[in-house]
Design a protein around this ligand. Structure first.
Ligand code: GDP
Length: 330
């Protein structure tokens, strides 16, 4: 492994090998790799936002990779450099991945102005948010001004991704209105743009109907972005129909955020939540690093699980012991 200083230099020059290596450091659970990743990130820290971060989520098989592959070349044709990061929570639990590997986007992977990073398959359990934030920062430091974060819509990961991107695109497939593919209302409420994919062949009419139903449903929901009406587009990633509109809406949203002065505010809120996440994680790591406290944590967890103590009281007690031990409390 190169040193953080050498990696930082490589990244600034746009060296892909350095970027790949840096992301591997951020993925690693080894404490020395974590330390190096932190040092690298502090060497690269910049004040001004240099990119636009696009979150894309949807159920497996909705067509996310087909869409990103097709949008990707349009984005790089517009003279942007595009990084694509995939987050697949299933792979962290099973070691296997719903999303599969890099070959999902062969054209983009071979595109000189793009960088595709497949999902990490282990090592970052519980740290998806931290890993993703760091990987985004590393791509930006390497000169990528558009970053797509793709995630499978299974659980909490969408929320996390929505919390670290500037725009959140939800991709669905045609379905009966009352089901909306089991997508939870909460996820719909996060969306800035909704796409109904596979609007082609036999599915076209159904896709149009799903789009109208979706539009009606979102009309009743509060928009995450004040004053923004969530557009719902029926598209075909496979036939590449509606993709210019998708890019147009993404750009319109970017401008909206800038004009309404929401862009900086959103980033600031996200930075604050990154800070509190890091604080929480750091405290817990330190607590676990002490063998006695780690045992007490396990015991408390069991007691809380058995209903003998409330989690809140258990946490207060552990914190008190921790600070007493470390000298934080007289
Ligand atoms: P992902 O799991 O969301 O990334 O989905 P993929 O992009 O891998 O696509 C899953 C399957 O749906 C593949 O067989 C694609 O060829 C197909 N697919 C993707 N987009 C479309 C589309 O717009 N129309 C149709 N008919 N099939 C599509």
């Amino acid at each position: 492994m190169s040193t953080p200083v050498a990696l930082a230099e490589g990244l600034r020059k746009g060296d892909r090998r350095a970027l790949a290596q840096a992301i591997t450091l951020a993925e690693s659970a080894l404490p020395e790799h974590q330390r190096d990743a932190r040092e690298l990130l502090s060497l690269l820290a910049s004040n001004e936002p240099t990119s636009f971060r696009i979150g894309i989520t949807g159920p497996p098989g909705a067509g996310k990779s087909t869409l990103i592959e097709a949008l990707g070349s349009r984005i790089t044709d517009q003279d942007h450099r595009l990084a694509v990061l995939t987050v697949d929570p299933s792979s962290l639990i099973s070691g296997g991945s719903i999303l599969g590997d890099k070959t999902r986007m062969p054209l983009l992977s071979a595109n000189e102005k793009a960088f595709v990073r497949p999902s990490p398959s282990s090592g970052i359990e519980g740290g998806v948010a931290r890993y993703t934030r760091e990987a985004i920062a590393l791509c930006e430091a390497s000169g990528f001004d558009r970053v797509i974060v793709e995630t499978v819509g299974v659980g909490q990961s969408e929320l996390r991704v929505a919390e670290m991107t500037d725009i959140f695109v939800l991709m669905l497939v045609p379905a009966a209105g009352d089901e909306l593919q089991g997508i939870k209302r909460g996820v719909m409420e996060l969306a800035d743009i909704i796409l109904i994919n596979k609007s082609d062949g036999d599915l076209k009419a159904q896709a149009q109907r799903s789009a109208s139903e979706c539009l009606a449903a979102t009309g009743l929901m509060p928009s995450r972005t004040p004053g923004w009406t969530v557009p719902v587009l029926a598209i075909s990633a496979l036939d590449e129909t509606g993709l210019d509109e998708v890019l147009g809406e993404i750009e319109r949203f970017r401008e909206y955020l800038l004009v309404q002065k929401l862009f900086g505010r959103r980033r600031k809120t996200q930075d604050l939540s990154a800070l509190t996440d890091a604080l929480r994680e750091g405290l817990l790591d330190q607590l676990k690093a002490d063998a006695e406290l780690a045992t007490q944590l396990d015991e408390m967890a069991q007691q809380a699980g058995a209903g003998r103590i409330t989690p809140r009281i258990a946490a207060d007690e552990l914190l008190e012991r921790f600070f007493r031990k470390t000298g934080g409390v007289e």
